[in-house]
Ligand binder design. Structure first.
Ligand code: ZN
Ligand code: ZN
Length: 274
């Protein structure tokens, strides 16, 4: 432990880390990312604790947690902060293939910068803290003392098209849940299984960024399939992704999963737009 601290302080003095959010050099002892899940932690606690080795002191508080009042179904956070959780207009009136969506924080400020650094600049060292934050959210949603929702049978990353995968070199959603099976066995007896290639992206789509809600829906329609060797019949499936924007991607995945017989489809993301 002492040797590791010494090594870290020498390394930081010679190669000071850059903040993943603002890119400034900063000095910080690296905190070891421990095991065991703390479902008492809020999203903001998780962010401070797990992102401290990567984000400077100025940027660490630049995080907005998703907190009640939210829509109990799609997880949308209401701007009006003084009411209880209640269904949003769209969940009241529209067809939803996703039963339950939750996210840790708002897609803005430090969380947005960190996700962009991870996804577009190949800072894959962020997969671990972001994945742990997601795992803690998973614990709050499905574990003891959380929302007490029945744990899912299968956990799948939202897939990338194989060409996008080759360009990027990794699927950010899968990198975040890769270590979950190990975390589950250390503290939980949940019988959920991570399936890396449960879904495939059969059609390459234009980036969703910059498209409005209707165009996003059209753009993504028919892009996904359940892989031939995955049986989702009667299963409760949990999808995992980095960001939830309009929900078009999640809805399309859920539509396809349900057409293949999935009974319930949930999604957890690190961030969502307001
Ligand atoms: Zn910073
Ligand atoms: Zn809703």
């Amino acid at each position: 432990m002492i040797l590791k601290r010494l090594y870290t302080s020498i390394k930081n003095a010679v190669f000071p880390p850059r903040c993943m959010a603002c890119r400034r050099l900063f000095t910080r002892m690296e905190h070891a990312i421990g095991h065991g899940c703390n479902t008492e932690d809020t999203g903001a606690d998780s962010f401070r604790k797990l992102m401290a080795p990567f984000v400077c002191d100025d940027c660490l508080p630049q995080f907005t947690a998703i907190e009640s009042p939210v829509c109990p179904k799609c997880g949308m956070m209401f701007r009006e902060r003084v009411s209880d959780d209640h269904l949003c207009g769209e969940c009241l009136t529209g067809v939803r293939h996703v039963d339950y969506a939750r996210a840790i924080g708002v897609y803005d400020r430090s969380l947005m910068h960190a996700i962009r650094a991870f996804k577009y600049k190949g800072r894959t060292q962020l997969a671990r803290p972001l994945g742990r934050m997601l795992f803690e959210l998973y614990g709050r949603c499905y574990g003891r003392g959380g929302d007490l929702r029945t744990p899912p049978d299968l956990i799948m990353p939202v897939p990338l098209h194989r060409r996008r995968f080759r360009e990027r070199g990794f699927n950010q959603a899968y990198l975040m849940i890769k270590e979950w099976p190990g975390l589950m066995t250390t503290g939980h007896a949940w019988d959920s299984h991570v399936v890396r290639d449960g879904m495939i992206r059969k059609r390459r789509t234009k980036p969703q960024a910059g498209l409005d809600k209707k165009r996003r829906k059209e753009n993504i329609r028919g892009a996904f399939a359940v892989s031939a060797d995955t049986d989702v019949k009667g299963k409760h499936v949990l999808l995992v992704d980095d960001v939830y924007t309009t929900g078009a991607t999640a809805e399309e995945c859920a539509r396809v999963l349900r057409a293949s017989g999935a009974s319930v489809v949930d999604i957890l993301t690190v961030a969502r737009t307001l």
